[in-house]
Design a protein around this ligand. Sequence first.
Ligand code: OGA
Ligand code: MN
Length: 292
Amino acid sequence: MTITFRKLHPTFVAEASAVDLRQVHDAETLEAIRRGMDEFAVLVFRDQPFTDEEQMAFARRFDGVLHEKTGAAALGRSRLGTEAIADISNVAPDGELFAPDDRRRAYALGNRLWHTDASFEDPSGRYSMLSARVVPPVRTETEFADARTAYEALDDATRTSIETLRVHHSIAYSRETLGFEFSAEERAKLPGAVQPLVRTNPRTGRRALYLASHAAHVVDWPLPEGRLLLRELIDHVTEPSFVYAHVWRPNDLVIWDNLATMHRGRPFDDATHRREMRRVTTLDLPHAIETA
Ligand code: OGA
Ligand code: MN
């Protein structure tokens, strides 16, 4: 099957030609999608009416192993019966919209900070796949930022000075910046992970800045200098010229490479409108899949 990609932004993001991903099983087409991910870092697939099972099965065919130790799992909030699929919705287990002061809503609001999925795990998250099941009648957007082009736009001296730095990523840190409080028990399940600040796509050799809201401190530097550097770099990656806003339609599937991008959900009237999305994220296991 031939898939073609139409670019939606000058440096990244493309929309794939018509394809039913539920039917994609052959190595050649899966590899064509991986090459599309290498080139564009974010791919939009329209008209993908996935069930949860079909979405998880596609993600496993595409990249092997799924991330299951989500922050939400530590809170015990899933209504889906598996931790491998994240419920990115404003809907409580009883089917009602979250009340404005619901703890689970406060937790979900963390997605409105620029972030990378599962950077607080080791191995970290690689590809996220977000499926739009119920989309409100008002415009809802997710923004993506191109951390590869942003890395390449740094001057040589900056690139050299940050090359070997390591960063501690923690979801407890990022959620607490918005006032969310974890219990000691929840926190113990989420110790965080140390990641390189600059990561390289093993298939292309292209580098990208790897940080965002979960980036709590630079391991090799004093706390204030490290946090100032992290803020400066996040501001840099999220400059408007590196950002693309995806406007959701029902049955969209968007795949992004967490090692090459940052993303954030944008506000909408979530007390009025139901929005139900499902996300799976694969783990960055270098040999999970033999590449062609
Ligand atoms: C996610 C996420 C943002 C949104 O699913 O990982 O950050 O717009 N979503 O729902
Ligand atoms: Mn996310």
